[in-house]
Design a binder for this molecule. Sequence first.
Ligand code: B12
Length: 215
Amino acid sequence: MSAIFEELKQAVIDGDEDITAELSQKVLDEGINPVDAVQQGLIKGIEIVGEAWKAGEVFLPDVMMSAEAMKAGLALLEPEIAKLGISEGEAKGKIVLGTVAGDIHDIGKNITGAMFTAAGYKVFDLGTDIKPEAFIAKAQEVGADIIGASALLTTTMVGQKQIIEYLKENGLRDKFKVFVGGGPTSQAWADEIGADGWAETADDAVQLAGRVLAK
Ligand code: B12
């Protein structure tokens, strides 16, 4: 089974949308766990591309092709991940999710959303480049338990802080738990801005939600 994860990783590195989609379909056809395929295949591939980009070994168009390949795989796997969740009964909680203003990275956010859905939460995904007030308006509209903000750029992380500031300014800080995540973020950052939680991976984010909402 690990051979197909290796192939998925390589297809993302190669930026090959068709092969990534074919392999993702094979994962589904063969009844392989789609979560494992994402974590041990697709994510490993994009991580390697990210490292190579940082080292100047590949260029932006290469990364874009890899991101497209990743998305082609996720388009097939995410709905199946969501189906792993409980389909009946009350949702465990509601989470409004988005990528902060000025930031268009959405792969990690989408994976986080899929994991929350699979775990039985109702996810309201706002998309990318979302201003603080839009997160909060949606959270109020749907009566969210959690606001989850993703940031992949050091320059846009401030958007996470602004969500918390905006909540405070409007007397709403105790209404929602705020989770932050994404590459450049950390527990130290979450503590600094007064977030209710940070998680390194989508899996951890779901565990965290369970712990925080149980309190
Ligand atoms: C793919 C990619 C792109 C794609 C994005 C495609 C897309 N639709 O998302 C493209 C090519 C478009 C792109 C564009 C840019 N990118 Co880019 N990109 C990446 C890359 C290679 C991978 C990101 C990714 O998807 N990782 C995989 C996912 C699964 O990981 P993740 O996002 O961290 O998510 C996981 C966790 O963090 C967590 N999580 C995520 N969100 C949340 C939210 C919550 C609430 C929680 C709890 C957890 C959580 O769960 C996820 C799953 O486990 C990274 C390199 C890297 N190592 O991260 C650079 C990187 C983020 N990009 C970078 C840059 C500079 C840019 C550009 C500015 C480049 C440019 N000059 O135009 C633009 C940004 C434009 C903009 N305004 O946003 C830099 C940022 C540097 C910095 N310090 O800020 C990086 C780090 C590359 C580098 N090393 O230089 N990029």
